[in-house]
Write a protein that binds this ligand. Structure first.
Ligand SMILES: NC(=O)c1ccc[n+]([C@@H]2O[C@H](COP(=O)([O-])OP(=O)(O)OC[C@H]3O[C@@H](n4cnc5c(N)ncnc54)[C@H](OP(=O)(O)O)[C@@H]3O)[C@@H](O)[C@H]2O)c1
Length: 323
């Protein structure tokens, strides 16, 4: 069935490279969005772990082309597909809701359905922004969802449609991805501005937890070997932090690592006063990772350790570029 379907859908331009044999412990992994902040690191860590990675560029497999996408998955012979692709900019989603729906909802559902046919494991990345962010606290996987912007609506729809298409799929919700100096998050940007002596400001009334791209990669590879299916919260451990608190921890880490003599002050901003945030953001979306860490035994660092490592990686990149 799987091979017949693959033959039926095969058209020129699909992956035709010789297929590297994999052993029981090495996997053939198809990564969508491998040029992005998370995908770059997922590819690097999967390859370093000895897995064979397939990383179609946007132009090789535009995700809005459903036929080409399902064909790509069906003919990839992958054991595992990790979807790091998305339209992740909130204002971009609001400006083009149809495109956001195609990439954030329809594309993962298409991948999930194709994986159901091939038997490959499917891990789709989602976001804490789908959660109801009205009350302070930390939320587990059964918490209520209430998307309040187009990005979150399409990501929530993507979760729902993915599991409808393939109940064995894994939806890994991540938050505040950091740790890729080539694609800086607010943690790396704050560090860069502080090193340049520029004024600093960060939002102090919005709370979640940072997630290192490397930890997403390691946890995804581990999750693929488990029987888990459905939603899982994949973020660092600890109590909710504001962006301001994370930025402050980043500068303290830079002092500890010898890059700054002292941590400069960071002005506290209100979420509603950030001029380039035209769309609403949820305030309280920190995720409880107990299912991942305690039930499945997949370790995650604390938020402080995550920020410390992100600063160390950013400083190493800056020092390498300067030498
Ligand atoms: N970044 C965060 O802080 C954060 C927080 C919570 C959840 N997440 C989730 O984590 C995942 C990864 O996010 P990220 O920040 O790493 O994303 P990102 O840096 O914005 O990268 C997105 C990737 O998707 C690809 N892509 C976008 N549109 C495409 C299309 N039409 N066809 C093919 N490829 C397309 C991009 O390729 P091109 O650049 O070539 O277009 C890029 O490789 C997403 O599911 C996101 O919702 C991220």
């Amino acid at each position: 069935m799987q091979k017949a379907l693959a033959r039926l859908l095969h058209t020129p331009g699909q992956p035709t490279e010789p297929q590297t044999p994999t052993t029981a412990s090495t996997m053939r992994i198809l990564i969508f969005g491998a040029s992005g902040r998370t995908g770059q690191i997922v590819q690097r860590i999967a390859a370093a772990a000895g897995h064979h990675t397939l990383t179609p560029a946007h132009a090789d497999c535009p995700l809005e082309n459903t036929h080409q996408l399902s064909n790509y998955v069906l003919t990839s012979n992958a054991d595992l597909i990790i979807n790091c692709a998305a339209i992740s900019n909130i204002e971009t989603c609001a400006a083009d809701p149809l495109q956001a729906h195609l990439i954030n909802a329809l594309a993962p559902a298409t991948m999930a359905l194709a994986c159901r046919h091939t038997g490959a494991r499917f891990i789709h990345l989602s976001t804490d922004y789908v959660l109801d962010g009205r009350r302070p606290g930390i939320r587990n996987e059964s918490a209520k969802c209430r998307p309040i912007n187009c990005y979150a609506e399409t990501k929530r729809e993507g979760e729902y449609q993915t599991l409808e298409a393939n109940p064995a799929a894994i939806i890994a919700r991540v938050s505040w991805v950091c740790g890729n100096p080539a694609r800086p998050s607010f943690i790396e940007s704050t560090l860069t501005r502080a090193l340049a002596g520029q004024p600093l400001a960060a939002v102090a009334d919005k709370y979640s937890l940072p997630t290192a791209a490397a930890d997403i990669a390691r946890a995804a590879l581990h999750l693929a070997t488990t029987e888990h299916s459905g939603v899982i919260h994949l973020t660092s451990s600890g109590a909710p932090l504001s962006w301001w608190h994370c930025a402050t921890l980043a500068l303290q880490a830079a002092v500890q690592q010898g890059a700054l003599a002292e941590a400069p002050a960071i002005q506290q901003q209100q979420l509603d006063s950030v001029p380039f945030f035209r769309e609403p953001r949820p305030r309280h979306t920190a995720m409880d990772n107990t299912l991942l860490t305690t039930t499945l035994g997949i370790p995650m660092p604390t938020a402080e350790q995550t920020i410390h490592a992100a600063v160390a990686a950013a400083l190493a990149t800056i020092r390498n570029a300067a030498s």
